[in-house]
Write a protein that binds this ligand. Structure first.
Ligand SMILES: [Zn+2]
Length: 252
């Protein structure tokens, strides 16, 4: 955890600090070593939230884009079940940052628990995912120009199987890796939006700017979708789809 309660106030880990877990209120110890980023851990290592995964720099850099009070928000369901959401926006959208793959059952449980949520997936977790994804979009077919949707060539690749959307939106983050589609290069810093084509059951992919995703969370402004212009020279650009608004809940 990035935060624990120290004398009732949320605080980041500092050497020798003791505090309490905001979720279960048991004692938490600041872990400030060389190997991992500084974090809080339960005394005795018994995590109270079995959905929690060890944090990486990737988690922290995403969280840091949002106000402190939106980070690590304890969410309590009507039946008393409690979990810590990675990010919960002012509009109530939970953003779960997922570095490691998880079973479909757990994904389904989390989506059902939070209801209004989106996944940001660390696409760099496995090298083979990046290679497979790059190939799949480079040789995939463009099925829609505005906004861009690609039918990836090999939608059976692991990353598509693991992150085929269930109920909530899935955005895959490959950092600043570069991609091309049909021979032309894409701008950097996109998040790949995985969507399910309900008629074929296959994953189709679109792209939004990372910046617009953050702004969408911060201000409710619209997502900037990647658009292809194929008239003469193929070009790519971002454009807000005409007349379409992206609701804050569930669907993107
Ligand atoms: Zn706890």
């Amino acid at each position: 955890m990035k935060y624990a309660l120290v004398n009732g106030t949320r605080q980041e880990a500092q050497p020798k600090l003791r505090g309490a877990c905001p979720n279960c209120e048991r004692e938490a110890v600041a872990k400030c070593g060389q190997q991992r980023i500084w974090h809080w851990s339960h005394l005795g290592k018994l995590e109270c939230d079995h959905w929690w995964e060890p944090e990486t720099e990737w988690h922290r850099s995403w969280k840091a884009l949002f106000p402190e009070e939106w980070q690590e928000v304890v969410h309590v369901a009507d039946d008393g079940e409690r979990h810590i959401a990675d990010v919960k926006t002012g509009a109530g959208l939970v953003v779960e940052l997922q570095h490691s793959p998880i079973a479909p059952e757990e994904r389904f449980s989390r989506e059902s628990f939070y209801k209004s949520m989106a996944w940001i997936v660390d696409g760099t977790r496995y090298k083979r995912d990046l290679t497979a994804f790059r190939e799949a979009v480079a040789h995939g077919s463009i099925i829609n120009d505005n906004p861009l949707y690609i039918n990836p060539l090999t939608s059976g690749a692991g990353i598509f199987r693991r992150w085929a959307p269930l109920q909530c939106a899935v955005f895959v983050d490959f950092g600043n890796e570069e991609f091309s589609i049909a021979g032309f290069a894409l701008p950097k810093a996109v998040l790949w939006l995985f969507q399910l084509d309900r008629t074929t059951g296959r994953v189709v992919v679109g792209a939004v700017t990372r910046e617009s995703f953050v702004q969408f969370c911060l201000t409710g402004s619209e997502l900037q979708r990647l658009v292809v212009t194929r008239a003469q020279q193929p070009r790519v650009r971002y454009q807000l789809p005409q007349g379409r608004r992206y609701p804050l809940r569930r669907r993107f």
